[in-house]
Design a protein around this ligand. Sequence first.
Ligand code: G3H
Ligand code: 13P
Ligand code: ZN
Length: 361
Amino acid sequence: MPLVPMKQLLDEAAKVGYGIGAFNVNNMEQIQAIMQACKETLSPVIIQASRGALKYSNLIYLKKLMEAAVIENPEIPIAMHLDHGNSLATCKQAIELGFTSVMIDASLKEDGKEVAGYEYQVETTRSVVEYAHQHGVTVEAELGALGGIEDGHGAGLAADDTTHLTDPDQVVDFVQKTGCDCLAVAIGTSHGAYKTLRYDKDGNALPPALALDRIEKIEKNLEAAGFKNYPLVMHGSSSVPQELVDQINKYGGKMKATMGIPMTDIQFGIKRGVRKINVDTDGRLAITAAIRKVLYENPEKFDPRDYLKPAREALYKVILGKVKDFGQAGHAKDYAPMSLEDMKKIYAKGSSSCGCCCGKS
Ligand code: G3H
Ligand code: 13P
Ligand code: ZN
């Protein structure tokens, strides 16, 4: 099976009602771990690279590693996705590299600092959609601002901070004006291991405050405007398993008390139109916990394979759990893959009459 347009993965997921994990990758071991889990469970999957990941790997290495995953797993539908593209130029670069989908994150200006206004978000996203669709490439956009508690931007900064959350009343206008294929919504999740600012009196972390009701409102508004089954995206969806944090700390790490997104909250979202679920941090934690353990217990070791192999195994186990919990397991062979050429024709017609169930005519 060749690389598949992300739009097809999401539309097929919507037909059945499951979510698809979009897992961040930076190196070979991460890609292998994800693909092993997806191969064993017959899971369609999105592998995604951030701008930082592309820079780290000098673009070409990561592209080739992702292509290796496609060659080695012909039975698995795979979308190769740019995570958090910050400009039309960055998205163009990813499309030239062969990515089948791009995210344009225009929540901040190109400098990554200044919070962008609505008009800027619309105009920047629209320009990316125009370019990407000419190439058959799917576009994920963002409305509102996600971000990290650590970097100080976006929603999730405080339990009662709704400033940067997605406004359900803007969503239909945004989707209509931009033509984006799926939308990342800011409902209080944030990137990284520290997603909550809520603690009990003993200093134990409490779950992050999420505005899950906004997902319901967004889905309802989209449906009322004719966008039935429109795919939503949840970023910052790591659950930050306590056992991984404990393992890191047991073997010399110094992580603070924390808590991630409960799987039940993610599954609530999936029932209401969330089709793409972004996970990076849980993989990072699994890798670091495994490497720390090996090196702590075997200080004489220096062959990277001695710790990268257990790290790969630890990530594989994390992904195995996610693909089952998100519901994508078992769906790899449900449909025949479309090509970017097929998508080009569909976009050129100016409609999504592609047999999918997005409801647009
Ligand atoms: O969006 C955040 C992802 O976790 C990527 O992180 O920019 O450090 O590669 P990164
Ligand atoms: P986490 O940091 O929760 O894994 O989120 C990753 C993400 O949203 C990547 O875009
Ligand atoms: Zn993200």
